[in-house]
Design a protein around this ligand. Structure first.
Ligand code: AMP
Length: 312
């Protein structure tokens, strides 16, 4: 199963992705996590990404696409993946489509985790994670038993550097301007599913499974948008959307051109040419010549456009 998790920062993509990874045994691929790991390891790529990440801006498409391309080549991604935090703009979404098209492994769905603005702020400012075992907490809604200490493994909890109010504001603005258009992008592909992501983690997970189980069982059909009316231009080919069944799923494919059928005109019958006897032909040409001779010669009209070039 190949899915994209869409949603604003703080919508719970990471939390749900971890649960989905356990359920379906497919890797959770988070570009944010990969970039943070590169930064922590002090790689040139991580250092390049640092400034944008600290400011809550997007890291360049070139870097992110390189990371994703490399990650999806791993063996564990062959049976599927959950993408979290990628794609973040239309260019990345188109690049992902063409990557997956080349692998003949199209996306199954894009799941939008829908959360209102106030809930996002509370989630982001209160978020704490355990860097040792990956457990996540929220000091307002799901606090650890001991302050700043993981319930599961006792390691100190971490507050992400970009989870401060100023950077959060930037990240939400970037989401609105660059990532939100992906909702329409995937809706137009018939791949979008919107899930109410406010409430208990397990309740949201159940809502996700309602959508994902039919996909996992291979019985879900893509909700393709209604075809736009086909305009016919007289005599010209018309593009018609075609849907091909592939392994029980419906996939949109490029429109193909089919010629417009126009009613055939009856072919007019041409009468056979009459051949004149030789004598008659000679008489006709003689009379034409004499008619030309008897007419006075007309003076050729001067053309105003023609200018005679003077010699130098
Ligand atoms: P996240 O953990 O998904 O919130 O990502 C943290 C930061 O990493 C973002 O604010 C961006 O600076 C950067 N980042 C993560 N994913 C992407 C992406 N797909 N494109 C560009 N920048 C990204």
């Amino acid at each position: 199963m190949r899915i994209v998790l869409l949603g604003a920062p703080g919508s719970g993509k990471g939390t749900q992705a971890k649960l989905l990874m356990e359920k379906y045994r497919i890797p959770h691929v988070s570009t944010g996590d990969l970039l943070r790991a590169a930064l922590a390891a002090g790689t040139p790529l991580g250092l390049q990404a640092k400034a944008a990440m600290d400011a809550g801006q997007l890291v360049s498409d070139e870097i992110v696409l390189g990371i994703i391309r490399e990650r999806l080549r791993h063996n564990d991604a062959k049976k599927g993946f959950i993408l979290d935090g990628f794609p973040r703009n239309i260019i990345q979404a188109q690049a992902l489509d063409s990557m997956l098209h080349n692998l003949n492994q199209p996306l199954d769905a894009a799941l939008l985790l829908d959360v209102d603005f106030d809930a996002l702020m509370q989630r982001l400012t209160g978020r704490r994670t355990c860097e040792n075992c990956g457990a996540s907490y929220n000091i307002y809604t799901n606090p650890p038993r001991l302050d700043d200490q993981c319930d599961r493994c006792g390691a100190p909890l971490h507050h992400r550097a970009d989870d401060n109010e100023e950077t959060i504001g930037n990240r939400l603005r970037v989401y609105d301007a660059q990532t939100k258009p992906l909702i329409d992008f995937y809706r137009n592909q018939g791949r979008l599913e919107s899930i109410n992501a406010v409430g208990e983690v397990q309740a949201i997970f159940k809502r996700l499974l309602v959508v994902l189980e039919p996909i996992a069982k291979g019985v879900r059909k893509l909700k393709l948008p209604p075809p736009s009316p086909v305009k016919s231009v007289k005599g010209k080919p018309v593009a018609q959307p075609v849907v091909l069944p592939v392994k029980g799923k419906l996939l949109p494919v490029k429109p193909v051109m089919s010629p417009v059928k126009s009613p055939r005109k009856p072919i007019a019958k041409v009468p056979p040419k009459k051949t004149l006897p030789k004598k008659a032909v000679a008489a006709r040409t003689a009379s034409k010549k004499s008619a030309v001779k008897s007419q006075p010669r007309a003076k050729p009209a001067k053309s105003p456009a023609k200018k005679t070039r003077g010699r130098r």
